[in-house]
Design a protein. Structure first.
Length: 517
């Protein structure tokens, strides 16, 4: 730890020494077998002494029989509620820290949980890294309270690759984004990543961190849309003992946890404006003031990486994002293209995810299945509103159900064949377009649209070119260039002043989409 302002300490909690972890007893209470066993496996892998319990009544008996330093419990347990287990844990051992797991992080419920003495809560679903971080912070607090030495940041392990698999591709737009990420990684500049949900924004953020000078420190991620405003402030900035009901000890925030490392602010535009102003102060001065504190509690050095699935400029215009914060965080803008604009990457991603999930779920069942040409053709014809994440989920589904060494056909993809046919039919595309390469097909569709649009536009404007340009929102020079490009200008007697023209409809409107190469 290093001394901060006014004698306060800035906490570096990158890791708790493995030997110290073995001295901590953890109890995981979760009725879902898969989630419970997953949490137990991750935490045992970290070196903690972990016990799992599937029932609330059993957990209460365990808590009454022995001391557990950290308790993870699902707030919505069947039979005995998670709140009852929380109260039992706190009554049995006042120093025990309870982390609540909940898929319904409402303001009322979580404030009530904090008032009852919960240390923290994890919004489900959560990643292994988020679990490790939450438990690591609690373990650090427990050991520090005992006067136990805590490991320095220099022995911190790198965060797991929670999103790095999405960084596979050969499409030009995607490669440009990755090249820019690698270039900016070597600096300390703030990066703002934009792109639709599921495009791999966190993977790019992890890449920037791993290739930076801060790679030996923590990569800390927070989803600004997942937490109510009151809890988001406490999570980011920490709080002082007594700052609200249930705050029975000082708690450092994620800004302090990320000291000397990188803080990833996911869905930045969902952060309340009041918190944006408070964050701006940290970015400018590096000073953190915890909730309920009347002094500056710590100084931090953090590299900020932010992400949003909105248009950042539009978010500023609509007052969802402060313009001063926008300029500080968007030193380098980086945009990730949607999967439908990088169709050549789908075979690479699909095969990677298929084998990855086969090894995870079916490691002893023989060779990984493969995707047939018909299955790949179908995959590249879909619109993928969920982007890489949607493709990843589909491949996990196939890995779970496929036979070892089998060849997956188009008909094996759940509910995809009918959807693909329906999508093609409703868009009115000629059937032969789907057999073309992506870029020629796209150019043909755009050319068809522009020609039809221009003919309709001039008719709506009653052959007045100034009016047509105003309706289209473009200048007349651009309009004339488009008319000439698509041979529509041949039917116009354009006067020198450019104000109007007599429109003569073509004898036969050429439809080149059907004959396009």
């Amino acid at each position: 730890m290093s001394d901060g302002l006014n004698g306060q300490r800035s906490v570096d909690m990158d890791v708790v020494a493995p030997g110290a972890r073995a001295n901590l007893r953890l109890l995981v209470v979760e009725c879902d077998d898969s989630l419970r066993e997953g949490c137990v496996a991750v935490l045992r892998g970290e070196g903690y002494a972990v016990t799992g319990s599937a029932r609330g009544d059993e957990a209460i008996r365990l808590l009454q029989k022995r001391r557990y330093d950290i308790v993870l419990v699902n707030l919505f347990m069947s039979g005995v509620s998670g709140m009852k287990i929380l109260e039992t844990a706190r009554d049995a051992h006042a120093d025990s820290l309870v982390i609540l797991m909940t898929g319904n992080p409402s303001v009322e419920t979580n404030i009530r949980a904090l008032q009852a003495g919960a240390w923290e809560y994890l919004a489900m679903p959560f990643t292994a890294e988020q679990l490790q971080l939450a438990v690591g912070r609690a373990a650090h607090s427990v050991l520090e309270g005992r006067g136990h030495p805590v490991a320095s940041p220099e022995v911190a392990a790198e965060a797991p690759d929670t999103g790095m698999a999405s960084l596979i591709g050969v499409s030009p737009a995607f490669c440009r984004a990755v090249d820019l990420a690698r270039k900016v990684a070597k600096t300390n500049a703030s990066v703002m990543i934009s792109g639709e949900s599921g495009t791999g924004k966190e993977g790019i953020a992890q890449l920037i961190h791993k290739q930076s000078r801060r790679s030996g420190k923590r990569f800390v991620a927070i989803n600004c849309a997942a937490l109510p405003a009151q809890l988001l402030e406490s999570e980011m900035f920490g709080h002082k003992k007594g700052s609200f009901t249930g705050a029975d000890r000082d708690k450092p925030g994620l800004l302090e946890v990320a000291h000397n490392g990188s803080l990833f602010l996911d869905e930045l535009t969902e952060m309340p404006l009041a918190l944006q102003a408070k964050l701006l102060r940290v970015i400018q001065d590096g000073v953190v003031r915890r909730v309920g504190s009347e002094q500056e509690d710590a100084t931090v050095d953090v590299r900020f990486i932010s992400a949003t699935n909105r248009d950042p400029n539009e978010a500023v215009r609509t007052h969802l994002l402060r313009d001063d914060l926008f300029y500080r965080l968007r030193v380098v803008p980086l945009h990730l293209p949607p999967l439908r604009d990088r169709l050549e990457d789908i075979p690479l991603l699909a095969n990677h995810f298929l084998c990855q999930y086969w090894r995870r779920h079916r490691i002893s069942d023989g060779d990984c299945p493969s995707l047939s040409a018909s299955a790949l053709d179908l995959l590249t014809s879909l619109s993928w509103p969920g982007n890489v994440r949607e493709l990843q989920n589909l491949m996990e589904h196939l890995a779970v159900l496929a036979d070892a060494g089998s060849v997956i056909q188009a008909d094996d993809l759940p509910g995809r064949s009918d959807a693909a046919v329906g999508n093609t039919a409703t868009r009115g595309w000629p059937a032969h377009l789907m057999s073309k390469a992506y870029h020629p097909a796209k150019e043909a569709v755009l050319a068809h649209f522009e020609k039809e649009y221009l003919a309709t536009l001039v008719a709506r404007a009653e052959r007045n070119m100034s009016k047509a340009a105003r309706l289209a929102g473009i200048d007349r020079t651009t309009l004339y260039r488009l008319l000439e490009k698509h041979d529509v200008a041949q039917g116009l007697d354009i006067k020198k002043n450019g104000d109007s023209a007599a429109y003569i409809p073509p004898i036969e409107a050429p439809r080149r989409v059907a004959q396009a190469d």
